[in-house]
Design a protein around this ligand. Structure first.
Ligand SMILES: *Cc1c(COP(=O)(O)O)cnc(C)c1O
Length: 469
């Protein structure tokens, strides 16, 4: 027990402080004013409890803190930002931007009743995923397909269904951590399977897999190294050889591709493992990948493969817990239609950005520079159009960068101010997220969407003039 003065003494009542917050920030909703006041008072009490002496904060200081806390609580999240990083699948910025049509399909699914689980022809109960599954299978040229909440869920479902209570063989070179607490050994444990590691960190050979195969073995798993590269003295076993080993032993082969597409992106310079159907043709029984990476759709986990494996997953109790919601189903259905129609490079923003020629990106960079030039010069900063390179992102394609173009803004004098400018751009009404390199803020235009140039102009002018935030 603490002795001494009551730490609460001298603190105002919540209602009085909330009134002051409402007076100072009329636009704040009442609930946020009250919650902000409570948060500020809690902080003051905690500070008083750890302090042996000293006065409680002044009422005005307390009210100012309460306004800040109230504003932070009431802020909408997520908010629109401008992605000026050039990273098309930026995980922190929401990965793939879906097509407007896909977004409208999701909006209609959410704000109208729909035949989600009704067969309109018979009036009987329908399957929420069957129509999408048919289209996915058609596009991929495989027997069956299933979509779940995300790729982590797809992997969990596949492993649990195909190997629950038994052993899964994985190369030590593929026991990856993707980030955001996705670690392969943890997923396998959660799926209730025993992980059998084979090979070494840098080299795994066919013999390593063969030696590990036992009657308890239920599944061979290959995982794409989405966010790192191995170079030097390395060896991994390809899908074809793995498929042969799996067949010899009578177990399925599952490949987690991470980021993949249902159309061939090799023409865009992307590696062959990004084309999911080809992995099935090489012998994988099931592949899984994210809907919001290279596919260019909403968050989802796509599973493709043999009818036997996919049906088993569909009927597993976990499938219900991991199922896709109706908005995502609608958006994914729209996205798959675009891929089937063959015009996905125009209609899907992620693919459009990935495939835009460097010349066209340069042209847009010059147009943005022209828009900004006068204001930047007037504020005493320098501007130039430069070539840039940006990774595709989304934990996909390590080591692969797209050539791009950027507008570079740097201070005429003091070094280090680029970081400060980048921070001010992030605090704009429409925040602009840019890269900083060599004392310059780089506004990469490859990832700009309709209307972003105007938002950048407003943010840059405001930031350089040190105007109101
Ligand atoms: C991104 C990724 C995942 C996780 O996918 P989510 O859709 O984010 O759940 C799993 N495995 C690999 C190899 C990945 O690259």
């Amino acid at each position: 027990m603490k002795t001494g003065p009551d730490p609460r003494r001298g603190l105002p009542a919540v209602d009085r402080l909330a009134d002051a917050v409402r007076g100072a920030a009329a636009d704040l909703p009442a609930w946020a004013a009250t919650a902000g006041a409570r948060a500020a008072l809690d902080e003051a009490r905690r500070a008083a409890a750890t302090r042996t002496a000293g006065a409680p904060p002044e009422f005005d200081a307390l009210a100012a803190t309460a306004v800040l806390r109230g504003r932070a609580l009431a802020a909408r999240h997520p908010r629109r930002v401008v992605n000026a990083t050039g990273v098309v699948l930026h995980t922190n910025l929401g990965r793939a931007v879906i097509a407007r049509g896909a977004g409208e399909a999701a909006l209609e699914a959410a704000t109208r009743y729909g035949d989600l689980e009704l067969d309109l022809a018979t009036g009987r109960r329908g399957d929420r995923l069957a129509p999408l599954g048919r289209k996915l299978a058609l596009l991929a040229g495989c027997e069956a397909a299933l979509a779940v909440n995300n790729n982590a869920a797809a992997l969990l479902l596949a492993v649990a269904t195909l190997a629950r209570g038994r052993e899964v063989v994985v190369s030590r070179g593929e026991l990856v951590e993707i980030g955001g607490s996705f670690r392969l050994p943890d997923i396998l444990e959660a799926a209730g399977v025993r992980l059998v590691e084979v090979g070494t960190t840098n080299r795994t050979h066919p013999e390593d897999y063969r030696r590990a195969m036992r009657p308890e073995t239920a599944l061979l798993l290959k995982v794409h190294r989405s966010n790192f590269e191995q170079r030097g003295y390395v060896a991994e076993v390809g899908v074809e050889v793995l498929a042969a080993i799996a067949r010899e032993c009578g177990v399925p082969l599952l490949e987690d591709l991470g980021s993949a597409s249902l159309i061939d992106l090799r023409g865009q310079g992307l590696p062959e493992e990004t084309f999911a159907p080809a992995r099935l043709r090489l012998g994988a029984d099931v592949v899984c990948f994210s809907g919001d990476k290279l596919l260019g759709g909403p968050q989802a986990g796509i599973l493709l493969g043999s009818a036997r494996c996919i049906d088993a997953m569909r009927n597993d109790p976990l499938a219900r817990a991991l199922r896709l919601d109706k908005m995502s189903i609608a958006a994914l259905d729209w996205t798959v239609d675009a891929l089937l129609a063959g015009d996905a490079f125009e209609t899907l923003p992620a693919l459009r950005q990935l495939s835009e020629s460097a010349a066209s990106v340069e042209q847009r960079a010059r147009a943005l520079a022209a828009l900004l030039a006068q204001g930047v010069a007037a504020a005493g900063w320098r501007l130039e159009v430069t070539e840039s390179r940006a990774p595709v992102g989304g934990g996909s394609l390590p080591g692969f960068e797209l050539p791009s173009w950027a507008v570079a803004i740097r201070a005429a004098t003091s070094a280090g101010s680029a970081e400060a400018l980048a921070a001010r751009l992030r605090s704009a009404a429409v925040p602009v997220v840019a890269r900083v390199a060599a004392d310059a803020v780089l506004l990469d235009v490859r990832t700009l969407l309709d209307g972003d140039e105007t938002a950048i102009e407003a943010a840059v002018m405001n930031a350089l003039q040190g105007g109101p935030r």
